[in-house]
Design a protein around this ligand. Structure first.
Ligand SMILES: NC(=O)c1ccc[n+]([C@@H]2O[C@H](COP(=O)([O-])OP(=O)(O)OC[C@H]3O[C@@H](n4cnc5c(N)ncnc54)[C@H](O)[C@@H]3O)[C@@H](O)[C@H]2O)c1
Length: 303
């Protein structure tokens, strides 16, 4: 008799949500994947197929699955109410307070009592979002790294009201994905992005002020500091829009001019050069818009 699969909701199928969805299905979950943009749902299918094909080569601990089986475990929908049957929802909609606030109010009305929400945000306070719901004890920050299926650690943000029961559930879920939770407090940007977005922004400013090539900056980080990716490659992977919106949110929170997004980030965003997901950002990814999150940097040219 086949075991009934557990079902997790993934809300937002963009740069990170698509990889969280892939991670879950490769680990044997069913996923209800909700996004208002049908193109995002289509691109997420490609990410799931790519993760099934190449993920286990890049992260040997990742379970193997035929691409068609992985795809069969995803139920895509544009309708939020499709999430009502899930045991937990990971929210990954755009990093704008107005968007998230509206989504949390609606989601709270759709989910049965007792169902928790994992906030996959880059900078927004967990307590602030939790306060828009009637289940603040069940709202917890889960900051997945990109691409989720290749990463073994998640930054978990515990809000002031997050219950011990919710923390236990999340640790268990992450454990089922072969991940370790590093728990931090609830402050804007948490540990990872409060620090990383300062050097992302400075890297963009250096290019703007001194006309350096992106790969000069990235090479210093990789060769001299031993980072696997440089800051500009990382911005392209995350998304120029998400990084810029995160800087805006950090500036709103801290009023520190170091978080004022560089003009270059803003002009790339205005031009739709969002990085891998649009095929070009600081680098040009040729004919593969949507980007291959697991691909090496060999697949891109300087823009
Ligand atoms: N990109 C990353 O590497 C990364 C990593 C960790 C966390 N995050 C966070 O995850 C969230 C998503 O980031 P992203 O980079 O994937 O953004 P994205 O712009 O690539 O994707 C966001 C998706 O949300 C969808 N969306 C917007 N409003 C919606 C709504 N009301 N209902 C359903 N879907 C809606 C959009 O159509 C889009 O597909 C942000 O909060 C971001 O800070 C991003």
């Amino acid at each position: 008799m086949s075991e009934t699969k557990r079902t997790i909701g993934v809300l937002g199928a963009g740069a990170i949500g698509s990889t969280v969805c892939a991670d879950l299905v490769l680990h044997g979950f069913r996923v209800v994947l909700v996004d208002t943009d049908p193109a995002a749902l289509d691109r997420a299918r490609d990410v799931v197929v790519e993760a099934a094909r190449f993920g286990p080569m890049l992260r040997p601990a990742l379970p193997r699955s035929a691409p068609e089986d992985a795809l069969a475990a995803v139920a895509p929908s544009a309708d939020l109410t499709a999430l009502a049957a899930c045991e937990f929802v990971v929210e990954n909609v755009s990093e704008r307070w107005e968007v998230k606030e509206e989504v949390y109010r609606a989601l709270d009305g759709v989910l049965p009592p007792g169902v928790g929400i994992g906030v996959n945000t880059s900078s927004i306070g967990i307590g602030r979002l939790a306060a828009t719901t009637r289940r603040p004890d069940l709202v917890v920050g889960v900051h997945f790294m990109n691409p989720s299926y290749l990463k073994d650690t998640v930054e978990v943000m515990r809000g002031a009201d997050t219950s011990e029961e919710c923390m236990t559930y999340v640790r268990g879920l992450l454990g089922d994905l072969g991940k370790t939770a590093v728990v931090v407090g609830d402050f804007p940007g948490f540990v990872s992005n409060r620090i990383s977005h300062l050097f992302f922004n400075e890297a963009a400013r250096l290019i703007e002020e001194h006309g350096l090539q992106p790969d000069v900056v990235d090479t210093i980080f990789k060769r001299c500091f031993g980072h696997r990716m440089g800051p500009l490659e990382t911005i392209d992977l995350i998304g120029v829009d998400t990084v810029t919106l995160t800087l805006d949110s950090l500036f709103d929170s801290y009023q520190d001019p170091r978080f004022q997004a560089s003009g270059l980030l803003r002009s790339l965003m205005a031009d739709g050069r969002l990085g891998r997901k649009t095929g070009a950002g600081f680098y040009d990814y040729g004919a593969s818009p949507g980007g291959s999150p697991g691909a090496t940097t060999n697949s891109r040219r300087k823009a």
